[in-house]
Design a protein around this ligand. Structure first.
Ligand code: MN
Ligand code: MN
Length: 463
């Protein structure tokens, strides 16, 4: 055997997925991503994502799980947690005690939330105060068109949905920045302070209510319009969840259209694959569950985040329905924590360790551990579980790569994996590499999105 042959036998192969995929399968990837772009355009918030997902699922025969009712193999149910987290399940032939195949992705993304008392007027301009949600780079948010999504809940429980800035004819909103001519002092600030949290104020109007008397007439006119449209008064902002998000639509990027630009790839680029996979699961041996969760970006906390017992409760509901034990079911369950990883950026290669960084178009990324500075705070998937996931990916001809989140001492991050692992479930992160993560306009590659779908499907189908 010469060196070339021996290398082929012994070295790990690393090759661009676009050089490995057949033309026919690449066509499939492209058409799959048309559906994905529609999804992220219509689901920019966790509430909208749940709504769209439930609609699609109901069309495929999913029904709300009812306590005390018995469901059989092949039945499709869902658990809607406050309209912000949802879990879909296809009941398997084997009891849940023998293990459930779980995928979990998050549907919240970094953004600007309105404060409880957001509306004010200054220099006869109307503005909203915001409190950013998740790890944004604040300087990226001024001077881009923004939209407002969310709900007002009136005291009597009436829900008023808000969605302004998405239609081509809709007005948009903006956070203003200083002109360079007068930014001499601002330019001396460090990048994280370039724009401060309290400077992320959203411009929402300038036309005063016409009256010769009185102050705050711009604010008054805006409230009058909101009152006419939603029936609200100023104090109703307190029982609202209003999120300011980029107003752009997802689109193809590059002359060759191989990439997708859009807001909120993290983590809808894994949520859509998990969702479309569960919709296509048929008669699985083990029960398949796909969870689309809220609150990952702020630490998975609260009753719609995965640090809560939501997962335990739904696995419990399914298991107890069969007369089984929840602890046994969790102990035998397996999970793909479907979340993005940082793709290596040609312009910012310094922060990556190139032998372990993920690359765009090299397929879905398996991330054994996340955490930071000494794996702190991570779930480090065990070697046995890694072996079974490798086997599943290879046997189903899924193009995949392994990845790590940056150089050892540079930074790090986390996903929902650790919270699921804490329940006794085997978990590993698997998702799509992203450039400009957490920015208003992130980049992914179509091949990787499609391979994420194929991995989610093979895993939950038990292939
Ligand atoms: Mn994420
Ligand atoms: Mn994130």
């Amino acid at each position: 055997m010469n060196a070339k042959e021996l290398k082929k036998k012994l070295f790990a192969e690393r090759k661009n997925g676009l050089l490995r995929i057949s033309d026919e399968e690449y066509e499939k990837a492209q058409s799959y991503c048309e559906g994905y772009k529609d999804f992220i355009n219509s689901a920019k918030t966790e509430r909208e994502a749940v709504k769209v997902a439930v609609n699609l699922a109901e069309k495929q025969g999913f029904i709300p799980f009812e306590q005390g009712k018995k469901y059989n193999a092949g039945d499709k149910v869902y658990f809607n947690n406050r309209g912000k987290t949802v879990a879909f399940a296809v009941i398997g032939k084997s009891d849940c005690e023998n293990g459930v195949n779980i995928t979990a992705a998050h549907i919240d993304s970094p953004r600007l939330d309105l404060k409880p008392n957001p509306l004010y007027e200054e220099l006869e301009l109307g503005l909203f105060k915001t409190h950013y949600y998740g790890g944004i780079r604040k300087y990226q948010w001024p001077a881009v068109p923004l939209a407002l999504h969310g709900v007002f809940i009136l005291k009597d429980g009436t829900v008023k949905e808000v969605n302004v800035g998405e239609d081509d004819n809709d007005p948009k909103f903006v956070v203003n920045d200083l002109l360079p001519h007068l930014a001499h002092e601002q330019n001396k600030r460090t990048l994280p302070q370039g724009i401060k949290g309290e400077e992320l104020n959203v411009l929402i109007g300038s036309r005063p209510f016409k009256d010769d008397e009185g102050s705050e007439l711009v604010k008054l006119n805006i409230l009058k319009m909101l009152n006419e449209k939603y029936g609200i008064t100023e104090s109703d902002f307190l029982s609202a969840e209003l999120e300011v998000v980029p107003a752009f639509k997802a689109c193809d990027l590059g002359f060759d259209r191989s990439l997708i630009g859009g807001y909120g790839h993290d983590d809808r680029v894994c949520a859509y694959p998990a969702l479309t996979a569960i919709l296509n699961i048929k008669d699985p041996e083990k029960t398949a569950v796909a969870i689309l969760t809220d609150k990952e970006e702020i630490g998975s906390c609260g009753n719609t985040g995965l640090e809560s017992d939501f997962l335990v409760h739904i696995i419990g509901d399914l298991t107890k329905m069969q007369g089984g034990d929840t602890t046994v079911a969790l102990r035998n369950s397996r999970c793909l924590s479907a979340d993005v990883n940082a793709g290596m950026d040609p312009t910012f290669q310094d922060v990556f360790e190139k032998r372990n960084a993920s690359l765009l178009n090299y397929g879905v990324v398996v991330t054994k551990y996340t955490g930071s500075r000494g794996k702190s705070g991570t779930s480090d998937a065990c070697a046995e579980y890694m072996a079974s996931i490798r086997k599943m990916l290879d046997e189903n001809d899924i193009i995949w790569q392994s990845g790590e989140l940056g150089k050892v001492d540079v930074g790090g991050g986390g996903t929902v994996a650790v919270y699921i692992a804490n329940k006794g479930v085997d978990v590993v992160d698997l998702g799509v590499p992203v450039l400009s993560m957490h920015s208003p306009f992130e980049t992914t590659a179509k091949l990787d999105v499609y391979m994420c779908y194929r991995a989610m499907f093979s895993f939950m189908q038990g292939l």
